[in-house]
Structure formats: structure tokens, C-alpha cells
Ligand binder design. Structure first.
Ligand code: SF4
Length: 208
């Protein structure tokens, strides 16, 4: 029986993107095929995706039932890079249990069919993206970064200001809002509709 390695799983609110505020069970998959940091990207990866526990598809259905409130129908597949492990069997099993599936991916792997919401957040050059279609396409930018020139087909185009150096301690003692990056992204959106601003609001809300 195939098993999937998850770093963690929890119930929370989607904090960013078009679906911000939606309650969902989060499955955070272990492992990533990239290593984003300030020397190669606009930001340092702030996600711990090393290690974790193994689960079968059926065990993940039980886990979603145990975590989510009655009426929660969304599961968000994230990571790390969830596309390294996600397959048709897991999609089929979770959907058979009545869940709708959203994914947050760096786009370097083509996704299986059957997902209900695809968020691609590119971290490599456009010509290295294998997933060519998305519901939302989200780029993380710092002050001074140019407006992206996407080649992926998407319904929504989002700019997300990088949160520089935010730790749990700074979250609890001071506003972590990355004002320079935020204002830069906002000005790019104002000059270039239909680009929209997407802030990692969960970091401000103090939820997971
Ligand atoms: S793709 Fe995402 S999870 Fe992977 S290293 Fe980059 S920021 Fe971190």
C-alpha cells in the first residue's frame, strides 16, 4: 500500500490568494525539489518540510475527518512540494470521501487530473514550469522586482509581498508587515490590472 509522507496536518483558514479566509484541512507534504533562498530568489524559504510521518490514503481521509469541523469540505495540499508525492489514487480517495482539493505548487511537476483549485507559485524560470494551467498564479516579490511575465494560463494573477525575516518571535512582538515590499506590489497592481495583491494574512491573523 502506498504511503505519503506529511510534515504536518492541521485545520485552519486559508491565509492568502483568492480563497483567503476559507476554512480547510491542510496536508503539508514533506520534501521539496527546490531550495529557495535570498541568493537565488526574492526570499528565504520559511517552511520546514524535512521529516514527517507516513500515511495511507485511507488514513488521510480519517485524519481529515478528525481535524475538520462538520461542514469543512476543503483540503489544501501543500508542502514542501506536494506534487512530488501526489498521485491519482490519493486524489480519488479524498474526493470519494466528499472533499474538494486545492493545491499549492511551485509548478515544476505536471499535476494529476481531478484537483478543484490549483495555485501555482513559480520559483523557477517560466520555461522550467511543467504545470501550464492554474486557477491562480502567485509570485512572491520584493521591492524593486519587475512585474512577472507569466506564460502559464491562469484565471487570477497575484503578487505577494515577501515577508523578510519573519519569525515566531517577531510575529508576537511587532507588526511583521513587510511595508516596502507590500507598497511595491500594491503599486505594480495599481499600474497593471488585472494583477491583484495577495498578502500572507495568516501571519497577521496569528493562525497556523
Ligand atoms: S518551492 Fe516553496 S517549499 Fe520549496 S524551497 Fe521554495 S519556497 Fe520552500
Amino acid at each position: 500500500m502506498k504511503r505519503y509522507t506529511l510534515k504536518e496536518s492541521f485545520y485552519s483558514l486559508q491565509g492568502e490568494g483568492v480563497r483567503a479566509g476559507t476554512p480547510a484541512v491542510f496536508f503539508r507534504f514533506s520534501g521539496c525539489n527546490l531550495a529557495c533562498n535570498r541568493s537565488t530568489h526574492s526570499f528565504d524559504c520559511d517552511t520546514d518540510f524535512v521529516g514527517g510521518e507516513k500515511w495511507s490514503a485511507e488514513e488521510l481521509v480519517e485524519r481529515a475527518h478528525a481535524l475538520g469541523s462538520d461542514g469543512c469540505r476543503w483540503i489544501i495540499l501543500t508542502g514542501g512540494e506536494p506534487a512530488l508525492q501526489l498521485d491519482a489514487e490519493l486524489i480519488r480517495t479524498l474526493k470519494k470521501a466528499g472533499y474538494r482539493l486545492a493545491i499549492e505548487t511551485n509548478g515544476t511537476r505536471e499535476l494529476p487530473e481531478g484537483l478543484d483549485w490549483i495555485c501555482v507559485s513559480p520559483k523557477v524560470a517560466e520555461d522550467r514550469l511543467a504545470q501550464r494551467r492554474a486557477d491562480e498564479l502567485k509570485y512572491v516579490l520584493r521591492e524593486g522586482d519587475p512585474l512577472p511575465q507569466p506564460t502559464v494560463e491562469a484565471k487570477h494573477l497575484l503578487l505577494s509581498p515577501a515577508f523578510d525575516g519573519v519569525t515566531q518571535e517577531t510575529l508576537e512582538t511587532a507588526s511583521p508587515l513587510p511595508l516596502a515590499n507590500l507598497r511595491w506590489c500594491a503599486s505594480l497592481c495599481l499600474k497593471n490590472p488585472p494583477w491583484r495583491l495577495s498578502v500572507q494574512q495568516h501571519k497577521l491573523w496569528g493562525v497556523h
